[in-house]
Design a protein around this ligand. Sequence first.
Ligand code: 6GU
Length: 227
Amino acid sequence: MIRIDIISAVPDALESPLNTSINYRGQNKGHVEIYVHNLRDYAHDKHKMIDDKPFSGGAGMLLKPEPFFECIEKLMKERSYDHIIFPTPRGKLFDQKSANKFSLAKNIIFACGHYKGIDERVFEQFATDEISIGNYVLSGGELPALVMIDSIIRLIPGVLNDSESALNDSLMDGDRIEAPCYTRPAEFRGIKVPDVLLSGNDKKINEWKEEQSNKLTENWKQINSSE
Ligand code: 6GU
């Protein structure tokens, strides 16, 4: 059982993705517990302010330190956390290896920024991991947290059933792209499924898959190389 705590200024943005599909199943089957904390509940001034202007000037608001400190310290008193992850574009790029690592944890916090960012003292005090999900700009850490959580939950033993298992064909397994796949009908609008897949010859089918996988993997490497 993994416990995941998510701290967010827009908790509604997390609701539906966390309660659908594999994320729902992971929780329903008792493999993962997810708790969402509204940052605003940890603002104690009379206007419940969670953001303020940066000292450096310029446009945009920053999330203030006090609510994060209060919320994270409260959680840390209750249990110890293996990872306190801050989704941020300046972080280490997320990949399958990171997902594998996080899936072995017992307790994880995702602390999501919004607006222009978070007061630096929050990172200094609590961040064990600063993670980016790619080199592009998003408006907050909620979608990145959801991306990471999805990839983590599907790795927990028992969440996926056998036919979905990460050990079987997945679209991408490590640095390999799997062969294309087809289902019925064998011919659709005149477009046929490759004959070999209908042959019943397992050896031939496996050779075909291997060959297709090699081709797609080569292509994938080429279209993703920065040269
Ligand atoms: Cl983790 N946060 C934000 N705001 N933007 C991003 C990102 C994270 N990863 C890529 N872009």
